[in-house]
Write a protein that binds this ligand. Structure first.
Ligand code: TXA
Ligand code: MG
Length: 344
C-alpha cells in the first residue's frame, strides 16, 4: 500500500507512483483512487493482466471494462473515430466523471477489456493520483470499480482492502473519493447519444452541451435488456435485505416496530434532519441534509458498507427525487434494493 499526498508537485516522480506504475507495466493489478470511486487497474493491452481483474472481482466476463487514459493522444490510439458530439462532451467534462463509448480501433486493446464488443468505453479521471499513475505507466489502464462484484463500490482504500486483500498487488491510497458515484456512461456511437448509466455528470449538464440525449430504456424499465452489459447485474447490495420506502417517517417507524416484534434488527438510511425520528431502529444513518445530493452521493456506498458492520437484518431507505444527481443516486439505491420499493 502506498499513501500519497495529492497536493505535492510532480507526483509522477514519487516512488508511491513509480512503483505501482511499474507493477501495472508488468501486468499486475493495482487499485487507485479516482474522483468517483477506487478503480482496480490493469494493463488494458494485456490479456493476462485483464484476466486477473475478472478473477479478483469475481466479475462475469461478458461485462466490459472502462479504459482510463491520461491524455487525448491515448484516445486517438484506442478509438476508431470520435464523433463531433463526443468531442464536445470530452472538451466539456474531461478530466471528469464522464465515460464515452466509441468505436474501438481493432487490435490495440485486449479483447477481454471490451468483452468482444466493437466499442470501447473510455474516460479521463479528474484525480491527480490517477492521472499521474496512468501517465507514469504510459499504457491505457482498464479499471472497473475496485470492489468484489455485487458489493458497493469502494470510496476509500479501506473498502478495497476489505474486498480484495490478498488478491491484488497493491493499493495507492489517496484518501476518500470526492464524487462517490461512478462516472456517467454515454454511448456516442449513434447520431443521438444515449446515457447507459447515470453518474457523476448529470443528464441536464450533458444536454446543456450537446442538446437532447436518449436514456437507455433499461434505466426506466427494470425489465428491459440494458445496452451497458454491467447494468443487468445485481449491484451495490449491502448484506441485509434492503428496501426503499416511498412514504412518511411514521410509516417507516411502523415497519421498524413490526420487525422488532419479530426479533429482527433494523436499519434506516435517512437524512440528517430525520435521523432522530427512528430511535427504535438498531442503526440509523443520515449522512447528508435533505437536498444535499452531492454529500449524499459521496457517502452513499460508505453508508451501505457501514450497515454491514452494524449487522442489521433489514434496512429501510428513504427515496430522493430523480433530478440532477438524484437520478444516479436513485439508480444505485434501486439496484442495491433489487428494485424493491414499499409504497405507503
Ligand atoms: O467511475 C467509474 O466509471 C469507475 C472508476 C473506477 O473509473 N469505474 C467503473 O467501472 O465504474 P465498472 O467496470 O464498475 O463499470 C463499467 C460500466 C459497466 O456498466 C459496463 O458494462 C459499462 O461501463 N461498459 C464498459 N464498456 C462498455 C461498452 N463498450 N459499451 C457499453 N457499456 C460499457
Ligand atoms: Mg462497478
Amino acid at each position: 500500500k502506498w499513501i500519497v499526498d495529492k497536493d505535492v508537485d510532480n507526483l509522477k516522480t514519487y516512488p508511491q507512483i513509480t512503483e505501482p506504475a511499474e507493477l501495472l507495466k508488468t501486468n499486475e493489478l493495482v487499485a487507485f483512487p479516482t474522483e468517483t470511486v477506487y478503480g482496480l487497474g490493469a494493463n488494458a493491452k494485456s490479456d493476462e493482466a485483464v484476466e486477473k481483474i475478472f478473477l479478483a472481482k469475481g466479475r462475469p466476463s461478458d461485462n466490459p471494462l472502462i479504459v482510463h487514459i491520461a491524455s487525448k493522444e491515448q484516445l486517438q490510439q484506442i478509438a476508431e473515430e470520435i464523433p463531433a458530439k463526443a468531442e464536445s462532451l470530452i472538451d466539456a467534462f474531461w478530466p471528469g466523471p464522464l465515460t464515452v463509448v466509441l468505436k474501438k480501433k481493432a487490435g490495440v486493446l485486449s479483447e477481454k477489456v471490451t468483452a468482444g464488443l466493437e466499442t470501447v468505453a473510455v474516460r479521463m479521471p479528474d484525480d491527480p493520483v490517477a492521472l499521474s499513475l496512468i501517465a507514469a505507466a504510459d499504457i491505457p489502464i482498464a479499471a472497473p470499480s475496485a470492489n468484489t462484484s455485487g458489493r458497493p463500490s469502494p470510496t476509500a482504500a479501506r473498502h478495497v482492502l476489505d474486498d480484495l486483500e490478498g488478491k491484488i498487488a497493491g493499493i495507492v491510497d489517496g484518501g476518500s473519493t470526492g464524487v462517490g458515484l461512478e462516472s456517467t456512461v454515454v454511448d456516442c456511437t449513434e447520431a443521438v447519444p444515449a446515457i447507459l448509466r447515470p453518474g457523476g455528470v448529470t443528464k441536464e449538464e450533458i444536454e446543456s452541451v450537446i442538446g437532447p440525449v436518449k436514456v437507455d430504456e433499461a434505466l426506466k424499465n427494470a425489465a428491459a435488456a440494458p445496452k451497458s452489459p454491467g447494468m443487468k447485474y445485481t449491484h451495490y447490495a449491502p448484506k441485509a435485505d434492503f428496501f426503499l420506502v416511498k412514504g412518511e417517517p411514521s410509516f417507516i417507524q411502523q415497519l421498524i416496530e413490526e420487525n422488532k416484534a419479530k426479533g429482527l434488527r433494523t436499519g434506516v438510511f435517512t437524512t440528517l434532519e430525520n435521523k432522530h425520528l427512528y430511535e427504535a431502529a438498531d442503526a440509523v444513518i443520515g449522512p447528508a441534509a435533505a437536498g444535499d445530493l452531492k454529500k449524499l452521493a459521496a457517502s452513499l456506498y460508505g453508508t451501505l458498507r457501514t450497515f454491514d458492520e452494524k449487522e442489521v437484518d433489514i434496512i429501510y431507505g428513504e427515496v430522493v427525487p430523480e433530478e440532477g444527481l438524484g437520478s444516479a443516486i436513485m439508480n444505485r439505491l434501486l439496484k442495491a434494493a433489487g428494485h424493491r420499493v414499499i409504497e405507503q
